[in-house]
Ligand binder design. Structure first.
Ligand code: SF4
Length: 456
């Protein structure tokens, strides 16, 4: 039997989709890149905000319209949060599977085709799951769920309380991925800053954060690879990881810290404890220890009670913080969240106007920040060859997968002159010179000075 995976949502959801791929492949199902060639279509849904939910539902409706004869499973966060309702209202889906029972995907799939029979549970080594990321890069989910209670967020309802994997288990996955030739390990969780360990042991007792202990264990792994940290709550950012990042250049000085807002009054309504002064101090501490640090953040506009003064404070924070990358969302009224019943709601029009204003103001800031890399020799992770163009696409340390700009590599004419064939390899890291900025992207040429042993 053949299946097609249609993934939606965040990196955490991508790892879930990859885990389902591994379980199905292990059970003899065959992955199909083309939905037309599959018997089963799996929509791995996102349930974070209304628009994301609708996108997943539209995917099910579209597939069923296009392929009425095929079976469709709606998996993921949307099913996790709204299973009963969906079973009532979404007849186009033949089966439903939440993110808390994704290990039952084989049973669910087989049952739809009447081919299910009791099988011994298979254990999939996390490091050997098929990867949906670009070549050379993999997400490593170090924890699931969240204990923070941001009043606008549905994730704790969907993904449950915080559960952290053991450090030895994570290290095993990292080793497996590196053995497969992965060059970038992106550590993810709902909030890496909350990472903790059941049995902290001697080392943890000495250090404040378990995340620092995890990085120290990763630092013991040999080889040339990158480690990228994604999603850290600003209110409990573990400062002790900065020492390790300064010491080991494989830990990228890249931080994704969703500040959401800068008004202390509004942040406390959001269930957060920070404010503009604290947040600027955190940024200053990071940049003092790591002057080249690249920082991404997220803002939320239109939260109930957001006044023009609050918004002005957010704009001022944006001006002072000078993030490399900034994403902006408008508040979405989600059932089951504390903010759902809050008064003083802001019109969608005002929320959208505020979002656009922040985005417009961010363009020159990001461009100016990216200018600092022009003229420098940098390591580039090669992700894609643009056929018949002599161009390749890749990323520098300051460009996270899927959300930031990319680096266009001019490979043409270089191969023949100075470098052996196969120098540019998907998933490889190569040294290049940043020649120019083009919008949010960078352009690079290959350094003619690479010592042979650096050819990865
Ligand atoms: S930290 Fe806050 S926003 Fe992030 S997943 Fe947890 S509750 Fe949601």
């Amino acid at each position: 039997m053949r299946y097609f995976m249609d993934p939606f949502g965040c990196a955490k959801n991508q790892v879930d989709a990859e885990t389902m791929l591994a379980l199905l492949n292990d059970a003899g199902w065959i992955p199909s890149d083309d939905p037309g060639g599959a018997d089963l279509i799996i929509v791995n849904s996102c349930g974070f905000i209304e628009t994301a939910k609708q996108e997943s539902i539209n995917a099910v409706l579209a597939w069923k319209k296009q392929y009425p004869e095929k079976k469709i499973i709606l998996a993921g966060c949307l099913t996790e949060c709204c299973r009963a309702e969906l079973k009532e209202s979404l007849g186009e889906a033949d089966g439903f599977l939440g993110c808390s029972d994704l290990d039952r995907i084989v049973k669910k799939a087989d049952e739809l085709f009447g081919t299910y029979y009791e099988k011994p549970d298979t254990v999939i080594r996390a490091g050997y799951r098929p990867l949906l990321s670009f070549p050379g890069s993999a997400y490593v989910k170090i924890s699931e769920g969240c204990n923070n209670r941001c009043s606008f967020c549905t994730i704790p309802q969907i993904r449950g309380p915080l559960r952290c994997r053991s450090i030895p288990d994570i290290i095993r996955e990292c080793k497996d991925l590196l053995t497969r030739g992965i060059k970038e390990l992106c550590l993810i969780g709902q909030d890496l800053a909350s990472f903790t360990q059941e049995n902290p042991g001697q080392k943890n007792a000495m250090r404040i954060s378990a995340l620092a202990v995890l990085l120290e264990e990763i630092a013991l792994l040999s080889g040339d690879f990158w480690v990228r940290l994604l999603y850290m709550h600003p209110d409990h950012f573990p400062l002790d990881i900065l020492d390790l990042i300064v010491k080991d250049s494989r830990f990228l000085p890249y931080f994704d810290i969703p500040f959401q807002h800068a008004s202390g009054r509004l942040l406390s309504l959001m269930g957060r404890s920070g404010d503009k002064t604290n947040y600027l101090r955190l940024l200053d501490t990071i940049r003092t220890r790591l002057p080249d640090a690249a920082i991404r953040s997220t803002f939320l506009t239109g939260f109930p009670g957001e006044t023009e003064e609050d918004f002005a404070m957010l704009l001022n924070f944006q001006e002072q913080a000078r993030f490399d990358w900034l994403g902006v969302f408008t508040w979405s009224r989600e059932e089951g969240t504390a903010a759902y019943s809050m008064k003083h709601r802001i019109s969608k029009k005002i929320a959208a106007r505020r979002k656009i204003l922040i985005e417009e103001r961010q363009i020159p800031i990001t461009e100016e920040n990216m200018n600092r890399f022009v003229g420098r020799n940098m390591d580039i992770l090669i992700e894609e060859e643009v056929k018949e163009s002599g161009l390749w696409l890749g990323r520098l340390f300051c460009q996270a997968p899927e959300v930031d700009g990319a680096t266009v590599i001019h490979g043409d004419g270089v191969i023949t002159d100075n470098f052996p064939q196969g120098l540019l390899k998907l998933g490889g890291i190569i040294r290049g010179t940043v020649l120019a900025r083009a919008g949010f992207d960078l352009e690079a040429g290959l350094c003619k000075l690479i010592p042979p042993d650096r050819l990865s």
